[in-house]
Design a protein around this ligand. Structure first.
Ligand code: 5AD
Ligand code: SF4
Length: 463
């Protein structure tokens, strides 16, 4: 008889890096005899992997802990123990304060300490443990390798963290404090992880970093790699057909990376390049260290290198001191760039950041109205981008079952969701698809016999 496994329930908030980190925690805890469960009431250990980027995200954690505490108490009356852990950026930012505010929490672990989880769990049996130091050792050197069985179940795409932290210090942003200074993982470690992913059937990998295009890792010989060099090395891995990266800062889009968009077919024609605001005054107050024209000029150069590239971005409305005229500049830049997709947020003062202490905070009602106006313009752009793909054909990586039986849903090179009538065995394959209709958030298409951007149209034109 095998010893029964303990159950682990993980809930992930926030960005893709947290999704990746949650996976690595699951792998680390598998070695401690934990298997994951979707059911909170059978969990021996609950981990909330949290986000601190905006106030709402941080507050969600406490309401979630309240819900879990009730389950913990019910299980206790059945004689069962439940440990509650808070990981991620709220853990890093609030540390001890979490245990004070929510005594049901047994462990608080910052993002740089996940390799210490087995030890932290043992100590948590004796009373609550808070571990939010930035350790001297690199967690990736001490975490067990990625468990590919877990990934295979999830589909043919995977995240891979290559860089963490940020040295940019935008005045609104808490990331430099929660994730610390910029650190790049060594080249060989990334290539080994990517090869394992490819061997496990992953066809697409998204390279992650808070400031991913500031990547500067070293290989074993001490040679420096920028992101472009790394992407070139990754593109050579058999089976890895698509590479993406996120999130980038405009100041780190160097010539080599722009050239990589021209030269490396595996690098998908989609770029998330946040600008945050279209107003030079606000960009300066945000400490973005570039102007509106710098950004627009950069996009021109990127589009020259890769004319079909789809752009995506992030915007903040209501940064302290933002006037109607500043906001109009933001609307204008959105129209000018023509984003395929964009995220927009109301400014949220974060404790400890320079902008939180500024006067001239914008009233909530103004922020709300600006957000609605901005989202309308973004949605118009998104709809136009999607509609323009109708009648075109391109490759789609089929990722998972679609909404209707007999359908699979996948991603276009431009990261659009595409529903296709396709047999289940094609899941994980890249197929040619001709787009037949487009909604605001997804496309519908039919499989074609050929692959490649507009390959069908080219063939029809020749015949
Ligand atoms: N308030 C609102 N939005 C924020 N972001 C980061 N910090 C804040 C904040 N304090 C947004 C930025 C960033 C994205 C990840 O979250 O647009 O690019
Ligand atoms: Fe935050 Fe991004 Fe600015 Fe770094 S570059 S401070 S992560 S918004």
């Amino acid at each position: 008889m095998t010893a029964s496994l303990k159950k682990l329930f993980v809930k992930t908030f926030g960005c893709q890096m947290n999704v990746y980190d949650s996976g690595r925690m699951v792998d680390a805890l598998a070695g401690e005899g934990y298997e994951t469960t979707e059911r909170l009431d059978e969990a021996d250990l609950v981990i909330l992997n949290t986000c601190h980027i905006r106030e709402k995200a941080a507050e969600k954690v406490y309401s979630e802990i309240g819900r879990i505490r009730a389950v913990k108490e019910a299980r206790r009356s059945d004689g069962k123990q439940t440990l509650i852990g808070v990981a991620g950026c709220v853990a890093q930012a609030e540390g001890e304060e979490i245990v004070r505010r929510a005594p049901a929490v047994d462990l608080v672990v910052g993002p740089q300490s996940y390799h210490r989880l087995p030890d932290i769990l043992r100590r948590a049996q004796q009373g609550s443990v808070v571990e939010t130091e930035f350790p001297v050792e690199d967690k990736f050197d001490h975490l067990p390798g990625v468990t590919t069985g877990r990934l295979r179940k999830a589909g043919p795409t995977a995240f891979l963290t290559i860089q963490e932290g940020c040295d940019k210090f935008c005045t609104f942003c808490v990331v430099p404090y929660t994730r610390g200074a910029e650190v790049s993982r060594p080249v060989e470690a990334i290539l080994a992880e990517a090869s394992a992913l490819a061997e496990a059937g992953m066809r697409e990998v998204t390279l992650l970093g808070q400031n991913v295009n500031a990547y500067h890792g070293e290989d074993r010989a001490g040679r420096e790699y920028g992101l472009a060099d790394l992407i070139r090395a990754l593109a050579a891995i058999d089976g890895l057909e698509r590479i993406r990266y996120t999130t980038s800062h405009p100041r780190d889009m160097d010539d080599a990376l722009i050239a990589a968009h021209r030269d490396i077919p595996e690098l998908m024609p989609y770029l998330h390049l946040p600008v945050q605001s279209g107003s030079d005054r606000i960009l300066a107050a945000m400490n973005r260290r570039h102007t509106r024209d710098d950004y627009l000029g950069l996009i021109d150069r990127i589009r020259e290198a890769r004319p079909n590239i789809a752009m995506s971005g992030d915007f903040i409305v209501g940064f302290p001191g933002e006037t109607d005229a500043d906001f109009e500049d933001t609307l204008r830049i959105v129209r000018e760039v023509g984003y395929a997709h964009a995220f927009s947020f109301k400014y949220s003062p974060r404790p400890g950041t320079p902008a939180a202490g500024l006067g001239a905070q914008v009233p909530e009602a103004v922020m709300k109205a600006r957000l609605a106006a901005l989202q309308a313009v973004i949605e118009d752009g998104q709809r136009a981008f999607n509609s323009a793909t109708v009648g075109r054909s391109f490759d789609v990586l089929l990722e998972k079952p679609g909404r209707k039986p007999g359908q699979l849903v996948g991603r276009s090179p431009y990261l659009q969701s595409v529903n296709v009538d396709a047999p289940a065995h094609l899941r994980g394959e890249i197929v040619g698809v001709r787009i037949t209709s487009a909604g605001p958030n997804s496309l519908f298409g039919e499989m074609t016999a050929v692959r490649g951007d507009d390959a069908l149209a080219r063939m029809e034109a020749v015949s």
